[in-house]
Design a protein around this ligand. Structure first.
Ligand code: SF4
Length: 78
């Protein structure tokens, strides 16, 4: 699945959300999250992100490793 990272914090662009064919983005108060069970890894959202916050879980920068779990948890709460 793809993962939204800290770079999204306080980013109010939702260009990524709009292009997702399976509507698996969930909008939190400060950022958006991807539901890993729904993401089909189409990568459509990656080039749309103006702050390069979205990565495949296998390519997550070291400092943002915890965001895989954060996306899973938050997307299910919202
Ligand atoms: Fe949606 Fe595709 Fe991005 Fe997954 S990779 S969140 S399915 S646009």
């Amino acid at each position: 699945a793809h993962v939204v990272t800290e770079a999204c914090f306080n980013c109010k662009y939702t260009d990524c959300v709009v292009v997702c064919p399976v509507e698996c983005f969930y909008e939190g108060e400060s950022m958006v999250y991807i539901n890993p069970d729904e993401c089909i890894d189409c990568e459509a959202c990656v080039p749309e992100c103006p702050v390069e916050a979205i990565f495949h879980e296998d390519n997550l920068p070291e400092k943002w490793q915890e965001y895989t779990q954060i996306n899973a948890d938050k997307s299910q709460e919202l």
